[in-house]
Design a protein around this ligand. Sequence first.
Ligand code: PLP
Length: 384
Amino acid sequence: MAKRIEQIPPYLFAEIDKKKEEMRRKGTDVIDLGIGDPDLPTPKPIIERLKKAAENPRNHRYPSYEGMIEFRTAVAEWYERRFGIKLNPVTEVLSLIGSKEGIAHIPLAFVNPEDIVLVPSPGYPVYRVSTLFAGGIPYFLPLRKENGFLPILSKIPPTVAKKAKLLFINYPNNPTSAVAERPFFEEVAAFAQRHQIIVCHDAAYSEIAFDRYRPLSFLEVEGAREVGVEFHSLSKTFNMTGWRIGFAVGHSEILSGLGRVKTNIDSGLFQAIQEAGTEALNHLDTPLPEIIDTYERRRDVMVNGLEEIGLEVDRPKATFYLWIRVPRGYTSAQFATLLLEQGGIVATPGNGFGEEGEGYIRMALTVDEERLREAIGRLKKIKF
Ligand SMILES: *Cc1c(COP(=O)(O)O)cnc(C)c1O
């Protein structure tokens, strides 16, 4: 096996899946709050459009690398309605086979061996792994509760900032469910400009927000469009994780760098799926009220229950995750194991998202309310 694979621990969820399967084999009724994959179906109009589009022979051939102009125009129009930003669909929008694909490939375009990439910890594991695959060195930015789970850019040593090529940020955040406001994005844009760093903002959860809260786009702040790109996904917005469709927007040269990597690796995104994505962006409101209402109710059931039990958790404004402090005397892994063995409940140990996630577990609100109530009932019976 190549060193680049050997240096990577097994994908976080693979380990958890194995344990979970073991429990199931032993006959336990497992409640899986481990994985961030919506349980709700894709809205009907999107499916209907896919069916029709799949019949069209025009869609059976190789798609264009950068995406159909109809899809990229739908993205630009959605972006303007949602964030008030005009994008050129030809140069400032790139289709992706899910946003993970773009995030995984972008370091190949901009990171030379030994270059530094600034990576949040805890964070979505792909930032770190894609950095390593490109030969880069991840420098971890701790996300801590006392700072609202935002990195403190002024603590980055100048020697590190000088060697940094990319900065990954992600708000609303997975796994902490924190959100970022304008002053933070402004600080990021200024920092990136000062040090000539490319900002990659992962906005996968921009449309999963509650209580009428509307997350910002990084590109809304001054200077951001000169330094950054933003990754979006239809996965969480429209319950389309299995479809593999996302896009990147922003700085045209940065997108063309990513595009050059992609032309050498993949051959674009099935056009019927692009048509379905066009349908979603053109005709469905975001955030989708049915989705948001469901998660909001689940959030309240779960947060209320956890508070009764005495576990420390914030009521998130966005994302479908709860970031829960583990009780004194436990590590993340020990507490997750306790929940699995004594309650049949799968939660993700926070340290799986990076060292700074130690002391937390993450629960995903991707099971129905009844199961969440059942989970709370079981948690009440566990002594910790
Ligand atoms: C789910 C998720 C993604 C990936 O979404 P796809 O578009 O399905 O690849 C990206 N970033 C974060 C933080 C996520 O949680």
